[in-house]
Design a binder for this molecule. Structure first.
Ligand code: PMP
Length: 443
């Protein structure tokens, strides 16, 4: 398998270097929060796959829901006005559970095409309003908004740009809140003021009449789990409102209980104009993403689309099997998983904070079941670990040998996003195996 993999299976580009050297590790099976590789090695999955298996592995009711739907109706296209019961019910349920008037749901296959679709919807929204000159997009440094051609330019992490010709000329960024390394210090209000100032300055530079939308993750995930100060999202939302700029919350990671509530923007009492989700929507069992649109955004688009022919859609939009799985995931969240995730999240954060006095640990941050430990070589100076991929790979390998899957970012940030079904023992296992890994990393 390792040889066939090396010869034929193209992995995400970020793993090329290690992939060349190590080959792949083949996973064979999984149950709850535990994955097992082809050699029989059991590991706690501290990252829920790629922050997506929120309900945990081996949920039989999901298998049943998918099987039933596969037998009954495996496919229906949303084109020509056709639909399927699970897709309609899932849209209605999501509209009911989402904040404010995010009542209109467009299904995609995952997060990247959800973000990509928002760019097209937003362009069409302004076209319909008669203000197509509003065509400039702003996002936040360290933000991740997928790997589609357009979305990767909103992503503001250098490895997703270099060599790919991204970002495009209509894509702009402002500095992140990154509390641990913010040049204005760690005071919450100072950080919020700096971000508000940066957004205002960028809008002034571009001209408000040119700015279409601002994108933010409630907590930046792939940039290293960067948690903004309380009030940051609300303040940025207010600036957008002032200038008639659409506010897009990218909840692909933070949605579906990852940070505590069903959606993270609820915590800040912010209702975005558009919201993107994926991952926990179907917990990785099958692919599905969803764009949520406010009444205003949807009605404006629908109004425009009523007057002229328009085309946007995917063959697998609103896939019935994915929708059936999504409905079952929502049932599981409501039936105790959200509560368990909140309880487990408190234990995870307390456990990780207990590592703060370790000589390698510079910062511990997170909310709910989304957390990170930032490693440094000098705590006082906050000296980052040298950014060689090797080091991250070594930490990943040691954790793996200790029976733990975590994400080791190249800059020495360890990412955590365990399944919400974790027991106390499993959370304690994640902490204990992390401590062991860090102690070995000192050797
Ligand atoms: N947005 C955010 C915030 C994400 O974290 C991700 C994936 N990590 C995406 C978009 C892209 O989603 P996908 O990988 O499902 O295309």
């Amino acid at each position: 398998l390792i040889e066939l993999d090396r010869a034929h299976l193209v992995h995400p580009v970020s793993s090329y270097r290690s992939h060349e050297r190590m080959g792949v590790r083949v996973l064979k099976s999984a149950r709850g929060a535990t994955v097992t590789d082809a050699t029989g090695h059991h590991l706690l999955d501290g990252f829920a796959g790629l922050w997506c298996v929120n309900v945990g592995y081996g949920q039989e009711s999901i298998v049943d829901a998918a099987t039933k739907q596969l037998r009954e109706l495996p496919y229906a296209t949303g084109y020509f006005g056709l639909g399927s019961e699970p897709a309609i019910r899932l849209a209605a349920k999501l509209a009911e559970l989402s904040p404010g008037d995010l009542n209109h749901i467009y299904f995609t296959l995952g997060g990247s095409d959800a973000v990509d679709s928002t760019i097209r919807f937003i362009r069409y929204y302004y076209h319909s309003k008669g203000t197509p000159q509003k065509d400039q997009f702003i996002s936040v440094e360290y933000g991740y908004h997928g790997s589609s051609t357009a979305g990767s330019g909103l992503t503001a992490i250098p490895v997703f740009h270099a060599g790919f010709g991204a970002p495009f000329h209509w894509q702009h960024k402002i500095p992140s809140h990154y509390v641990y390394r913010n040049p204005v210090g760690s005071n919450s209000q100072a950080i919020i003021d700096a971000s508000v100032g940066a957004l205002r300055a960028k809008i002034a530079e571009l001209g408000a009449e040119r700015v279409a939308a601002f994108y933010a993750e409630p907590i930046q995930g792939s940039g290293g789990v960067l948690v903004p100060p309380v009030g940051w999202l609300t303040a940025m939302h207010a600036v957008c409102k002032e200038h008639d700029i659409l506010f897009v919350a990218d909840e692909v990671i933070t949605g579906f209980g990852r940070t505590g509530p069903l959606f993270a923007c609820e915590e800040d009492d912010v209702t975005p104009d558009l919201m993107t989700t994926a991952k926990g929507l179907t917990s990785g069992y099958v692919p599905l993403g969803a764009v949520f649109m406010s009444d205003n955004v949807y009605n404006t688009i629908a109004d425009g689309a009523g007057k002229a022919d328009v085309g946007h859609g995917y063959t697998y939009s609103a896939h019935p099997v994915s929708a059936a799985v999504g409905l079952e995931c929502l049932r599981l969240y409501e039936d105790g998983l959200l509560d368990n995730g909140r309880r487990a999240g408190k234990r995870l954060m307390a456990g990780l904070r207990s590592l703060a006095d370790h000589p390698l640990v510079g910062d511990v941050r997170g909310r709910g079941m989304l957390a990170a430990v930032e490693l440094v070589t000098d705590k006082a100076r906050k000296t980052p670990l040298p950014p060689e991929a090797d080091l991250a790979r070594r930490i990943f390998d040691r954790a793996w040998n200790n029976g733990l899957v975590i994400r080791a970012f190249a800059n020495g940030v360890l990412g955590y996003a365990p399944p919400l079904c974790c027991t106390d023992e499993e959370i304690d296992g994640i902490i204990e195996r992390t401590r062991r890994t860090l102690d070995q990393t000192l050797d």
